[in-house]
Design a protein around this ligand. Structure first.
Ligand code: NDP
Length: 338
């Protein structure tokens, strides 16, 4: 197998030298294991956290270990009856062309529902993150106003469409005019604000203009100036579904952030409910999620966009690009033939 390992830990922004390509020989199959040929690798912002040796909700990747990652592949050879040869499977196979698995956290993907790449996108981890974050964490109610950051990304695009289907007023914040046009024309956002075109102050004014009744739910994925701009417009008893803070993942801009007392005061005076959440705590709801969102994808009520890099060797570049907003849609790597 060819795999991509963590060669060194980044100092601030990651660079290509933090990764290294290696050839490895996989172990022979034993009872209960199977060999997977990876077709699609998912690139996700959480991988930035795994590159640091810091305490978080998951262990860091060790230096020299395969980069962690969700993937979809085909079972080539099997000594596990639950995962027979030819089955399409999704699991944490990592940044590799092939993997041997014992089935832990691996699920079978039904190619009849949707293209199998969606098992890492709209019908996978980003999808359930959007669905749980909107409903269970954000406690969204029909008719309310929601702001969605990273509005056209893997998670945000689904939040926006689900919110629109619930008759909410949906305001996106995204990087660039093209992304904003896509948000409004294809994803059903009522308005989308380009954060590149604003500083925190003018972004705040733009949110006030787009949300004349204030903001009931903020789907927070970015932190930075977007968070600063949205906070003053939260309605009393508003909810913030705290999904991510990508603007701060590599340390950039933290020193310019609003002081904690300012943020704390907004939460107090507006009686905000701020709840962080991590997708895997909710994976037991996966069947309910698929039952609701699967048909919406199949009949086109929910659309999705993928940004595809070709070949495992291009995974590091695509990953670095995604961290700074270079992706347009769910970032995937085509590792093997479909
Ligand atoms: P996306 O497809 O949204 O890609 C990341 C996007 O983040 C970029 O395209 C860019 O969008 C935006 N971004 C990057 N830097 C900045 C910045 N400085 N300021 C504002 N926006 C920025 O990725 P995902 O949908 O997979 O993830 C989105 C967020 O959700 C991340 O924070 C991620 O960590 C989090 N997440 C959390 C999960 C959980 O369980 N809590 C699960 C999955 C994701 P743009 O160009 O529009 O600015």
């Amino acid at each position: 197998a060819t795999r991509m390992v963590l060669a060194s830990r980044p100092q601030g922004k990651p660079v290509p030298d933090n990764f290294r390509k290696e050839e490895v020989t996989l172990p022979a199959l034993t009872d209960g294991t199977f060999l997977v040929r990876v077709i699609w690798l998912s690139l996700d912002p959480y991988m930035r956290g795994r590159m640091d040796d810091a305490k978080s909700y998951a262990k860091p990747v060790a230096i020299g270990d395969t980069m962690e990652g969700g993937a979809v592949g085909e079972v080539m050879n099997s000594r596990n009856a639950d995962y027979p040869k030819g089955a399409i499977v999704a699991g944490a196979f990592g940044w590799t062309t092939h993997a041997v698995s014992d089935g832990t956290s691996v699920r079978i993907v039904d190619p009849a529902v949707a293209p199998i790449s969606t098992a890492q996108g709209v019908l996978g981890m980003p999808g359930i993150t959007a669905w749980v974050g909107l409903n269970d964490i954000g406690r969204a109610q029909d008719g309310e106003t929601i702001v969605v950051s990273a509005a056209t990304g893997a998670v945000g695009a689904i939040v926006g469409q689900l919110a629109r289907a619930r008759n909410m007023r949906v305001i996106g914040v995204a990087g660039g005019a093209d992304k904003c046009a896509h948000a409004v024309q294809d994803l059903g956002y009522h308005a989308c604000l380009d954060h590149h075109a604003h500083d925190a102050k003018s972004l705040s004014q733009a949110i006030a203009d787009a949300a004349p009744d204030g903001v009931d739910v903020y789907f927070e994925s970015v932190g930075g100036k977007t968070l600063e701009a949205v906070l003053p417009h939260m309605n009393t008893h508003g909810r913030i579904a705290l999904c991510g803070m990508i603007a701060w993942y590599s340390g950039h801009g933290i020193g310019d952030a609003q002081p904690l007392p300012t943020v704390w005061r907004h939460i107090l005076t507006r009686r905000l409910l701020v709840e962080g959440f991590i997708s895997f705590d909710h994976f037991h709801k996966f069947d309910a999620f698929l039952a609701e969102v699967g048909p919406m994808v199949r009949d086109g009520r929910i659309t999705y966009r993928e940004d595809i890099a070709e070949g495992l060797e291009n995974a590091p570049d695509a990953f670095l690009r995604m961290l700074s907003g270079g992706n347009f849609g769910k970032q995937l790597v085509r590792v093997g033939a479909d």
